[in-house]
Write a protein that binds this ligand. Structure first.
Ligand SMILES: CNC(=O)c1cccc(C)c1Nc1nc(N2CCN(c3ccccc3Cl)CC2)nc(N2CSC[C@H]2C(=O)NC)n1
Ligand code: NI
Length: 186
């Protein structure tokens, strides 16, 4: 299983690299690592397991964060009302944003990252809605249209595939200043 020891932190060069396209068919090892990434997120959101293994809570993880430089991300966004039925859950290979809204959004509390062991304050402005294409674990091409939290998480994780950290988007001079048409999400 993936634990915090497997997650590389700021300063590790792999976090700045561009990950390579995944080739199909997947090897057993690639499939297993991708599934472990999703399982890590579920474990990190489980009170008992996260306590037992000291896992930090996350809703997204990108392969470069476990020093695997291929274009794979896992997203598991829980539905607070009903934890058994997640808002959005997927393992994406070669995710590609096909189009996005002009409208932008950001989390009112800023963003965190499992590879960043410090608070970096400030709004991270992202597209409010995205249409994306990716290949799933069975090698099938999938399309998804996302908005709000799931859209933010997927953009954060795709950034990791391109060596971009969330704080690269923060306005250094005025971290909590945004244009008035940006939708601040609480
Ligand atoms: C600096 N202020 C902040 O971080 C911040 C501060 C307050 C609120 C938010 C909303 C903030 N922001 C933020 N909070 C999260 N979580 C909230 C806690 N949660 C979680 C934790 C434990 C169990 C189950 C769960 Cl569900 C896991 C997810 N996650 C992300 N991001 C940015 S996109 C990828 C995603 C990610 O998984 N990061 C590790 N940002
Ligand atoms: Ni991150």
């Amino acid at each position: 299983m993936i634990t915090m020891d497997d997650i590389i932190r700021e300063g590790h060069p792999s976090l700045k690299k561009v990950a390579k396209e995944v080739m199909f068919p997947l090897t057993e090892e690639q499939k297993q690592k991708a599934e472990e990434m999703l399982q890590f997120l579920k474990n990190s959101q489980d009170a008992e397991i996260s306590e037992k293994y000291q896992l930090r809570g996350g809703v997204g993880l990108a392969a470069p964060q476990i020093d695997w430089l291929e274009r794979v991300i896992a997203v598991h966004v829980p539905n607070v009302e009903n934890p058994d039925e997640p808002l959005f859950s997927a393992v994406m290979m070669n995710p590609k944003i096909l189009s996005h809204s002009v409208e932008e959004t950001c989390l009112s509390e800023g963003e965190g990252c499992l590879s960043v062991d410090r608070e970096v304050p400030g709004y991270v402005v992202r597209h409010s809605r995205i249409s994306l294409e990716y290949t799933d674990l069975n090698g099938e091409t999938q399309k998804a249209r996302l908005r709000k939290y799931p859209a933010i998480v997927v953009q954060h994780e795709i950034d990791h595939l391109n060596g971009i950290m969330f704080y690269d988007h923060i306005n250094a001079k005025e971290p909590w200043k945004v244009a008035d048409d940006v939708n601040i999400m609480s």
